[in-house]
Unconditional design. Structure first.
Length: 385
């Protein structure tokens, strides 16, 4: 049994989710790997300069920014953060090296951006014969120094041809860049039981046959959801809503109290997102790689935005969605009413649903076996995969 370290942090939530999903999939597939979840924050806590300056650590700063919607100018904020990380590169590398000398691994897999230089150099120093890989949890890199570093003899897992091409353009050999069929999804999005959608809608107090949108903006729903609710209600569309407010209890109560709204079901944080998505006809939300990938996997066309407030690493997602023909990208959710009217007109919804389902996402099953081969042989299955 070989030891596999899956390195994550909690900035945004998708990194831990991907690491946990891989851990479960490796064990479910009975592979000869022992996956260990490594929380990067815990190793680097002694040098958390962000906490020293702001009394908040890096994860808290990022998640607060998402909750408050403070994403305007986030590209400049990202570059500032990267400069701070570079300033503390040597002590970060030292702490990581000490960790792996105490607890060596046969393979290390990073599921975090920005720290891959320190992670790679530390692992190479502590475990020089073991391979190192980075699994991108974004649809594309946001160079420089975000996901893919130059001059590192390592491996990559990319969920889109765009990301793979970026790795090749930075000089990485084709045989070291694995292209999968999509992003890592939680196991609960697979092997779903039969569903009587009409009956399940009725249980929520919804019309079994009325067009239904699911509105979801991650674990910390923003107040923007209330504006979307108000605009769609005021337009009196033939529509009903499933709104998931996440851990934002004040927002959940606000959505419930709203007057003159469309028929709706409102819930807070839930692990039953796949169930609620299966009751909907389309998805409204931010252009995050996880939420978009989950929606498309279940056949839901997506309405999202790309503008100055969009996180820089998520801006390509809108291009990818448009090119796939599986959704509508707006400049602002102020345009949500005409967008919904467009989606519900003619055959548009059916055509986009077909586009969403056209490329099945099996990354969760592709990656574990590839990691087992990498740990055993030091390479992916074949050149140019």
């Amino acid at each position: 049994m070989q030891t596999l370290d899956l390195i994550y942090f909690d900035a945004g939530g998708g990194h831990r989710a991907a690491a946990t999903a891989l851990q479960h999939a490796i064990r479910d597939q009975g592979l000869p790997l022992e996956p260990r979840l490594i929380h990067l924050k815990e190793i680097l806590a002694p040098i958390d300069v962000f906490r020293k300056v702001t009394r908040l650590d890096l994860e808290e700063i990022y998640n607060l920014m998402l909750r408050k919607g403070w994403t305007l100018g986030s590209a400049q904020g990202l570059r500032f953060m990267q400069r701070v990380i570079a300033l503390y590169h040597k002590p970060a590398r030292r702490l990581l090296t000490e960790h792996w000398r105490r607890q060596p691994a046969d393979l290390a897999v990073s599921l975090v951006p920005n720290f891959n230089r320190a992670l790679y150099e530390a692992f190479r120093e502590a475990c020089p014969q073991a391979p190192f890989a980075t699994v991108l949890t974004d649809l594309a890199d946001y160079p420089p120094h975000f996901w893919i570093e130059r001059n590192q003899h390592q491996h990559f897992v990319c969920g889109t041809p765009k990301a793979r091409q970026q790795a090749l353009e930075l000089g990485h050999a084709p045989e070291r860049v694995l292209l999968t069929s999509g992003m890592i999804l939680h196991p609960r999005f697979y092997d779903l039981p039969p569903l009587d959608r009409a009956a399940e809608r009725a249980k929520l107090g919804l019309d079994p046959s009325r067009p239904t949108a699911i509105v979801l903006f991650g674990g910390y729903g923003p107040g923007l959801m209330a504006d979307i609710q108000r605009r769609l209600g005021k337009a009196r569309l033939d529509l009903q809503l499933i709104l998931i407010a996440g851990r934002n209890e004040r927002l959940r109560e606000r959505l419930l109290r709203a007057e003159g709204v469309l028929p709706q079901h409102v819930t807070g944080f839930t692990s039953e997102v796949p169930h609620y998505m299966r009751l909907a006809d389309f998805f409204i939300g931010k252009p995050g790689p996880g939420s978009i990938s989950e929606a498309l996997h279940l056949g839901l066309p997506v309405i999202t935005v790309r503008n100055a407030w969009t996180l820089p690493q998520e801006r390509y997602n809108a291009e990818w969605l448009t090119a796939r023909g599986a959704g509508l990208v707006l400049r602002s959710f102020r345009d949500i009413v005409p967008a919904v009217r467009t989606l519900l007109s003619g055959d548009t919804l059916a055509e986009m649903r077909g586009a969403a389902l056209a490329q099945p996402n099996k990354a969760l099953f592709e990656i574990p076996a590839a990691l087992a081969r990498l740990a055993r042989t030091g390479e992916w299955a074949a050149a140019g995969v």
